[in-house]
Design a protein around this ligand. Structure first.
Ligand SMILES: O=P(O)(O)O[C@H]1O[C@H](CO)[C@@H](O)[C@H]1O
Ligand SMILES: [Mn+2]
Ligand SMILES: [Mn+2]
Length: 394
C-alpha cells in the first residue's frame, strides 16, 4: 500500500466503549460511556453509525450497518492508569507500568508550605474535589484573601484555581510553573499541574477556556519525537502539546471548545502538511463526563457527529483519518472520575475500500502509534502493532 501523506488523528476525550477486563481493579464495574449515554437519553449519531459504531459493539438505539464506511474496532489500555496522560502516551507507543502518584488525602504539608512561600500567597482547599464544586465552596474566600485554591482528583494532578480578576492569568501561569518545579521532585512526582482560571460572581462562577496543563515529559521518545526527528509535521491541536510537554510537537494550535477544535482541524486540513495532525476534544470529558451529565455528553457527541461529514470532506485520497479516545468517563457511574474502558477505533480514507472491515480488539492503544510510524517509515515504537496491513484498499 502506498503510504499516506497525512494522518489526522482525533481523540474524543473520554469516549469509552465498555469496561476493560481489569476495570474492577480500578473501581469501575460495568462502566460503558457510550452505551450508558445511549440508554439514558438516546443517541442520534448517523455518521458514526455509518462508520460502524454499533458494528464495534451494539449501542442501544443504533443499528449495526451492513457496509460500515470505516475500518473499525476497539482498543484495550495496558498501562496502569486511566488518565489522559497515560492514555495519550500509550497511543504514541509509551506504556506506563507504574501508576503515577496520587494524593487522595491532599498534598503533603511540606510541599504546600514550600509552594506558599514561593508564590507569596496562601493555599485553600488542598483536597480531592470536583473543579466546579470547589470553586463554589472556596471561590468567595479566595476572592477575599487572594489565596489560591489547590485541589486534586483520582489522577496525578495538582490543580490551581483562581479568579481571573483576583489573580491575572499571567500570574496564575507563573504560579503553576512554581508548582511544576516543586512537584518534579521525585518525592512528590505529580504528572500534571493544571491552571484552572474562572470568572463571575459567587454562586455563578464559570471556568474559562484559559486552562493550561503543565505535564512531565514522557519517559521515552514517543512516535511524535520520531516524526519531528524525520522532519515531518506533528501538529498538536487543543491540549495535545501540553499532554506531551511539547515533546515532538512541531506546531501547537490552542482551542476553546470542541467545536472550535473541529474548526481548527478543518483549517489544518485545508493546508498542506506532511505528517500528523493530532487533536484532542476535551469537552466530552471536562464539561460532561466529570460533571456526570449524560444529557450534555450526549449533545456533545451529536454535535461532533454533525461535523464529521465536513472533516471527511477534507480528507483527501492520500490522507488517513483515525478516530479514537483516551479512556472512559461514564457519566452515569458513581463519583466524578474517569472509567477504565476500551476505546473505539475508526479508520477511514477515500483510498480504502468503501466497505470497512473489523480490526478486532486491539491489545494496546499503541497500535495507533505503531501505525503512524509504519506509515511514515519511522522506527517502530516499543509497543504496538501497525494495522496498516489489515486495511483493505479500494
Ligand atoms: O473536576 P475537574 O476540575 O474538571 O478535574 C478533572 O480534570 C482533571 C484533569 O483532566 C481530572 O483529573 C479531573 O479531576
Ligand atoms: Mn482524557
Ligand atoms: Mn478528565
Amino acid at each position: 500500500m502506498k503510504p499516506f501523506n497525512r494522518i489526522a488523528l482525533i481523540v474524543l476525550d473520554s469516549v469509552g466503549i465498555g469496561a476493560l477486563p481489569d476495570a474492577a481493579s480500578f473501581g469501575d464495574v460495568g462502566v460503558h460511556t457510550l452505551g450508558h449515554i445511549a440508554e439514558t437519553r438516546g443517541l442520534s449519531l448517523p455518521n458514526l453509525k455509518n462508520m460502524g459504531l454499533s458494528n464495534i459493539e451494539p449501542i442501544s438505539g443504533i443499528d449495526p450497518v451492513a457496509k460500515p464506511l470505516a475500518h473499525y474496532g476497539k482498543m484495550a489500555e495496558v498501562s496502569a492508569g486511566k488518565d489522559t496522560t497515560t492514555g495519550h502516551w500509550e497511543l504514541m507507543g509509551v506504556h506506563t507500568s507504574t501508576p503515577f502518584k496520587t494524593y487522595p488525602q491532599g498534598f503533603p504539608t511540606e510541599l504546600i508550605q514550600a509552594f506558599e512561600k514561593r508564590i507569596q500567597r496562601g493555599v485553600l482547599g488542598n483536597k480531592t474535589a470536583s473543579g466546579t464544586a470547589i470553586i463554589e465552596e472556596l471561590g468567595e474566600e479566595h476572592m477575599k484573601t487572594g489565596s489560591v485554591i489547590v485541589y486534586t482528583s483520582a489522577d496525578s494532578v495538582f490543580q490551581i484555581a483562581a479568579h481571573e480578576e483576583v489573580i491575572p492569568l499571567e500570574e496564575l501561569y507563573s504560579i503553576c510553573k512554581v508548582a511544576r518545579e516543586l512537584t518534579l521532585d521525585d518525592r512528590f512526582a505529580v504528572v500534571r499541574v493544571i491552571a484552572r482560571p474562572f470568572t463571575g460572581k459567587p454562586g455563578q462562577f464559570q471556568r474559562t477556556a484559559n486552562r493550561r496543563d503543565y505535564s512531565v515529559k514522557p519517559p521515552q521518545p514517543t512516535v511524535l519525537n520520531r516524526l519531528q526527528d524525520a522532519g515531518l509535521d506533528a501538529i498538536g491541536i487543543g491540549k495535545i502539546s501540553d499532554i506531551y510537554a511539547e515533546e515532538g510537537i512541531t506546531r501547537s494550535i490552542p482551542t476553546t471548545s470542541n467545536m472550535d477544535g473541529v474548526d481548527q482541524l478543518l483549517k489544518v486540513l485545508n493546508e498542506s502538511y506532511h505528517g500528523l495532525a493530532f487533536i484532542n476534544l476535551v469537552d466530552f470529558d471536562s464539561k460532561y463526563g466529570h460533571r456526570r451529565d449524560p444529557e450534555g455528553y450526549g449533545q456533545a457527541l451529536e454535535d461532533f457527529d454533525r461535523r464529521l461529514p465536513e472533516i471527511m470532506d477534507r480528507i483527501r485520497e492520500q490522507d488517513l483519518l483515525i478516530i479514537t479516545a483516551d479512556h472512559g468517563n461514564d457519566p452515569t457511574y458513581k463519583g466524578t472520575d474517569h472509567t477504565r474502558e476500551y476505546v473505539p477505533l475508526f479508520v477511514w480514507s477515500p483510498a480504502l475500500s468503501d466497505q470497512g472491515v473489523s480490526l478486532g480488539v486491539r491489545s494496546t492503544f499503541s497500535d495507533v502509534g505503531a501505525t503512524v510510524a509504519d506509515n511514515f517509515g519511522l522506527q517502530a515504537p516499543q509497543h504496538g502493532t501497525s494495522f496498516l496491513p489489515e486495511l483493505i484498499q479500494k
